[in-house]
Design a protein around this ligand. Structure first.
Ligand SMILES: *[C@@H]1O[C@H](CO)[C@@H](O)[C@H](O)[C@H]1NC(C)=O
Ligand SMILES: *[C@@H]1O[C@H](CO)[C@@H](O)[C@H](O)[C@H]1NC(C)=O
Ligand SMILES: *[C@@H]1O[C@H](CO)[C@@H](O)[C@H](O)[C@H]1NC(C)=O
Ligand SMILES: *[C@@H]1O[C@H](CO)[C@@H](O)[C@H](O)[C@H]1NC(C)=O
Length: 213
């Protein structure tokens, strides 16, 4: 592996451009396929930013010291996943500790249907409101086209799960499946292939690492 390089001097960028930085150590990175990279983070004012590299040598976009404003407010680390070429699914915790979703449809950050739309205080802020009430950041993962799974920790320390199944959400856009447990950590998730989701968390009672799939 090559050594670390400065991708953006975030603290300096914040002062210079007022655009973006990362507070509380939150950065998330995903890829929809070689050689694309997408990075998300949170600015000191809790707005979410995005930056991408189309391929090694192409340079990061938007340019030096600039960030795309996602027009969304995060109260926990924003994360993202991709189910394939030119698709990004981004989720974060926003107002009232609920979950919110925004996706890149191949051409633009999609306009969310009005019934599900949540217009925040930032102009242009359109995120799909997925409800729930969380006490941790979310984990999001895709095992294939038209599928992604979101897991987060509820206010009573259980893990909650919701999936996009291609035509709708399971169990519903405003409902979450309670997976139980009593966790001192947020969830970590991964999938090795279609139909499989592995979830990890730290037990609040024993400190043990718990695993479910
Ligand atoms: C970061 O921490 C500060 C101070 O604890 C808090 O006010 C802010 O909401 C946090 N931001 C995020 C994105 O977690
Ligand atoms: C943010 O809002 C501005 C102004 O409405 C809009 O031009 C821009 O496309 C939006 N960005 C995203 C990522 O939604
Ligand atoms: C924990 O919270 C979830 C959702 O926030 C709820 O569905 C569940 O019934 C709660 N469990 C208990 C034991 O209160
Ligand atoms: C979860 O674990 C904590 C720490 O051991 C404990 O105080 C709490 O009562 C537990 N919650 C439940 C619902 O068992």
């Amino acid at each position: 592996m090559a050594s670390f390089k400065v991708l953006a001097a975030l603290a300096i960028v914040t002062k210079a451009a007022g655009a973006a930085s990362t507070s509380n150590g939150s950065l998330a990175i995903t890829s929809w396929g070689a050689p694309r990279l997408d990075v998300f983070g949170v600015a000191p004012d809790n707005t979410i930013w995005h930056k991408y590299e189309a391929g090694t040598g192409f340079g990061w976009e938007p340019g030096n010291g600039l960030f795309e404003n996602m027009n969304a407010t995060a109260f926990e680390n924003p994360v993202a996943t991709s189910w394939g070429n030119n698709r990004l699914d981004h989720v974060h915790i926003g107002r009232k500790s609920a979950a919110f979703h925004k996706y890149w449809d191949g051409f633009q950050w999609a306009r969310i249907p009005f019934v599900r739309r949540y217009a925040g205080s930032t102009p242009g802020e359109y995120s799909e409101r997925l409800e729930g009430e969380f006490s941790s950041g979310l984990a999001v993962n895709s095992w294939g086209v038209d599928r992604f799974d979101i897991v987060g920790r509820s206010t009573n320390m259980t893990f909650l799960h919701k999936a996009w199944t291609g035509t709708d959400y399971y169990p519903a856009v405003d409902k979450w499946e309670d997976l139980g447990g009593n966790f001192s950590s947020g969830p970590a998730t991964v999938s090795w292939g279609p139909g499989r989701l592995d979830i990890l968390g730290v037990s609040a009672e024993s400190g043990s690492m718990l695993h479910k799939f």
